[in-house]
Design a protein around this ligand. Sequence first.
Ligand SMILES: NC(=O)c1ccc[n+]([C@@H]2O[C@H](COP(=O)([O-])OP(=O)(O)OC[C@H]3O[C@@H](n4cnc5c(N)ncnc54)[C@H](OP(=O)(O)O)[C@@H]3O)[C@@H](O)[C@H]2O)c1
Length: 338
Amino acid sequence: MTKMMKAVRLHRFGGPDVLQYEDAPRPTISSDEVLVRVHAASLNPPDLYLRDGYRALPPEWRPSSTFPFILGTDVSGVVAAVGERVSGFRAGDEVYAMVRFPEDLMHGSSAYAQYVSVPASQLALKPLGIDHTQAAGAPMSLLTAWQFLVDLGHDAPNPFQTFRHTPVSLDGKTVLVNGAGGGVGHLAVQIAKWKGARVIAVASGKHGALLGDLGADVFIDYSKVAAETVVKDVDLVLDAVGGANMERFLNVIRPGGALFLVNPLGFAGHTKAVERKITVSTTQVRSNGAQLAKAGRLLDDGTIRVVIDSTYPLAEASAAHQRASSGGIQGKVVLLVS
Ligand SMILES: NC(=O)c1ccc[n+]([C@@H]2O[C@H](COP(=O)([O-])OP(=O)(O)OC[C@H]3O[C@@H](n4cnc5c(N)ncnc54)[C@H](OP(=O)(O)O)[C@@H]3O)[C@@H](O)[C@H]2O)c1
């Protein structure tokens, strides 16, 4: 008989109200997978894009998903069972992961549930020094900051550019992080500090105090002043916002510096970048258990921390999506799974 669980499923695309908390079959695992009893799952922008059917993309790129399916990539929980070829994890281990991303980009990685199956290679032991809420908040944002700034960690084709993304040395350099209060931004600020950079954080005013606590040397409130009018000779800009006029950051970067675009769609400054000898690069984050284990040491010893914007019970995933859509997130929105 199929075992059941509670999950948040999607039966059609749409606004936050299409998220339905209901019974769903508990996943089974293959020989290389681990069944995780989920304690917490966090929200990321791709969850919102997929819930909405990737409406911002041209029609031919939109998913033709089979309903129902379960959203969510980021989990922290406890190992309930392991496949016969899994050697690194045992029942009872506390673990965290970003699940099957980008493999399941178009039909959900099934993290908004009481149980999720995870390829063992994408799983890491949860840092002991943090709880499940913080650990669930980390994976996608942390792996994004890590793969952009520290180590790409794979040779998979880059869907956005023909060349491999390569992090640059940060020690003694000046790094500007745009969108510094968000999931990716607040971890990127801390990783750049850990790597020895001087960090300029750009966000709305309410994030100023937090970003100072997290180590930012300079804070710019973009609602009062445009960063490109007050900053120059930066070695690297990490833009964790994207959208209109990303090209403006080329004006603050010294020749030989770099502009890393976390959300590159619509960037129109390639010619200017070549003229100014600035490297423009991007990548797509990929699941990676080994990197979560490495970066987890920084979470464990408090070198970096995950800031929690808000938490919601799994049954209130719609409210959590409403919070995430309302903007101005500080850190992560997390679903608590009982
Ligand atoms: N390439 C990849 O693989 C990859 C991976 C992860 C994320 N992403 C993309 O990266 C972006 C950020 O992701 P996230 O998880 O960090 O999102 P998030 O947690 O929602 O954070 C976005 C942040 O941007 C800030 N912001 C909004 N407008 C801004 C502006 N005009 N100037 C400066 N800051 C602004 C927001 O707060 P305030 O307005 O209050 O400052 C918010 O803190 C998303 O577009 C996401 O799709 C890409």
